[in-house]
Design a protein around this ligand. Structure first.
Ligand SMILES: *[C@@H]1O[C@H](CO)[C@@H](O)[C@H](O)[C@H]1NC(C)=O
Ligand SMILES: *[C@@H]1O[C@H](CO)[C@@H](O)[C@H](O)[C@H]1NC(C)=O
Ligand SMILES: *[C@@H]1O[C@H](CO)[C@@H](O)[C@H](O)[C@H]1NC(C)=O
Ligand SMILES: *[C@@H]1O[C@H](CO)[C@@H](O)[C@H](O)[C@H]1NC(C)=O
Ligand SMILES: *[C@@H]1O[C@H](CO)[C@@H](O)[C@H](O)[C@H]1NC(C)=O
Ligand SMILES: *[C@@H]1O[C@H](CO)[C@@H](O)[C@H](O)[C@H]1NC(C)=O
Ligand SMILES: *[C@@H]1O[C@H](CO)[C@@H](O)[C@H](O)[C@H]1NC(C)=O
Ligand SMILES: *[C@@H]1O[C@H](CO)[C@@H](O)[C@H](O)[C@H]1NC(C)=O
Length: 382
């Protein structure tokens, strides 16, 4: 972050522009601080209708010094036997395979930042070392769920971003590294709703109508991209970089609240994960954003109450439109609404730091700009 700020401050003019933009941003966020929720375009509306979610949490893993500081995520530690996991080997999920200090997992030369989830290249007691991170909140109901991720190029793992209630109420985005064929530019992505039907078929959703294998137009292991699913009343929509990949409806769509999970594993089952990998394999997650309605009626009504008591003259102004992340900004995740996690920089603090540093040298001009900007803000000019 230091270098980004330094680079953009080459000239006095640049500095002023930066400060004015920062202040205008503060001004705008003072006007719209999302008291009434977060919106996406309604997929059923041609007339610009929106769907609103009242709750959210966001984690920018690139700014989280230590995953143990997270208020939203818990690293899991458990074993799954080969038999229970329907694999050739067991799975050993270990906290030590998850870290935001990812240099210890990386080969030299990578400057990626984020959360690393490692699958070990060496078996321990006939089990493959794996990684799983769960959200603490388990009241995630209708919502729009997004993760910035870069998958592994190592053959033989399954990387997943999913929503889970139980084995028959589950929404999955799964990457099988064995399926990526860079020679022919084919990058399949598996989109699954686990349903009572897929349970009957031995958790094989293929052929149950709630499974789709789509081809991505990019190599998911070459760069960060945003993967998203919108879990709505009667359907689940899947996206990559805000482009629609699949729209699933019907009985398979879950109905309850659940939690979010990030995982990276292998068990040697040639029909799914393949592997085990010949060397350590790394999934890197740079952020997760969850915008949702709570399935807990008390939490939901608290949010509705917060909106109506926020004294906003116009409720629509108090709803923030969730920006669409594209391939160009998937590396940073674009805009975060905050509040950020403890130990994270985040949007708010970045602005404070810029103002603080600027005022050392630019005290007088900044003061003038501040007065003008605040006046403009109060006059409603922006
Ligand atoms: C979320 O809850 C709010 C408040 O009850 C409601 O107005 C809104 O329609 C809900 N959103 C969805 C997508 O169901
Ligand atoms: C992260 O925090 C935990 C718990 O406080 C500590 O044991 C660990 O050493 C920290 N990791 C780093 C890399 O500082
Ligand atoms: C998983 O299995 C290993 C032995 O293979 C054992 O040392 C470890 O304690 C187990 N972990 C849990 C959480 O049960
Ligand atoms: C999952 O939860 C649903 C809803 O409560 C229930 O009907 C179903 O039987 C559960 N499935 C399993 C495998 O427990
Ligand atoms: C991964 O390994 C399997 C088994 O050896 C092979 O069939 C598959 O083509 C490999 N995939 C890639 C992407 O190399
Ligand atoms: C994905 O690409 C493969 C190989 O070209 C092709 O056989 C398959 O039909 C494609 N899948 C879709 C859904 O277009
Ligand atoms: C893989 O799928 C084939 C065909 O459906 C099946 O015969 C085989 O038992 C499966 N292998 C595993 C390890 O599940
Ligand atoms: C809203 O207005 C009422 C009455 O004017 C006041 O008591 C309350 O503190 C205000 N709430 C907020 C969040 O500003």
């Amino acid at each position: 972050m230091e270098s980004r700020i330094t680079a953009s401050r080459r000239t006095a003019l640049g500095r002023m522009v930066l400060t004015v933009s920062a202040l205008l941003l503060l001004c705008r966020s003072a006007v719209a601080s999302c008291e009434c929720g977060y919106s996406i375009a309604d997929p059923d509306s041609d007339a610009g209708g929106t769907l609103v979610f009242t709750d959210m949490f966001e984690t920018d893993f690139t700014k989280l010094d230590n995953i143990t500081l997270s208020r939203h995520w818990e690293r899991m530690e458990f074993n799954v036997s080969a038999e229970d996991g329907r694999g050739k080997y067991g799975k050993r999920f270990m906290r030590d395979n998850i870290d935001t200090q990812i240099s210890r997992f990386q080969e030299d030369g990578s400057d990626d930042a984020g959360l690393g989830l490692r699958v070990g290249g060496e078996l321990t007691d006939e089990a493959v070392p794996a990684a799983e991170l769960d959200s603490y909140r388990s009241d995630l109901h209708w919502g729009s769920y997004r993760a910035g991720m870069k998958t592994t190029g190592v053959n033989g793992t399954c990387a997943a971003f999913f929503w889970y209630f139980n084995d028959t109420q589950e929404i999955d985005i799964e990457f099988l590294s064995r399926e990526s064929d860079s020679e022919n530019d084919i990058y399949p992505l598996n989109l699954v709703l686990q349903t009572p039907e897929s349970k009957q078929a031995g958790y094989d959703a293929i052929g149950t109508g709630s499974y789709r294998r789509v081809n991505l137009t990019f190599d998911p292991s070459a760069a960060f991209h945003e993967y998203r699913f919108d879990y709505l009343g009667d359907r689940v929509l899947f996206y990559a970089d805000s482009k629609l990949l699949a729209d699933m409806r019907g009985k398979g769509v879950p109905s309850v609240g659940g939690h979010l999970i990030l995982s990276h594993w292998s068990n040697g089952n040639g029909n799914w994960s393949g592997g085990p990998p010949e060397k350590d394999a790394l999934l890197t997650v740079n952020y997760v954003k969850a915008y949702f309605n709570s399935s807990d009626p008390d939490v939901l009504s608290e949010k509705v109450e917060a909106c109506s008591s926020s004294n906003t003259t116009d409720t629509e102004d108090a709803v923030c439109a969730i920006p669409k992340v594209t391939a160009d900004d998937a590396r940073t995740g674009g805009r975060f609404f905050g509040p950020m996690e403890d130990g994270e920089g985040g949007e708010g603090r970045a602005i404070d730091e810029e103002d603080g540093a600027s005022s050392v040298v630019w005290g007088v001009p900044i003061a003038l700009v501040t007065v003008v900007s605040v006046a403009m803000c109060l006059m409603g000019a922006v």
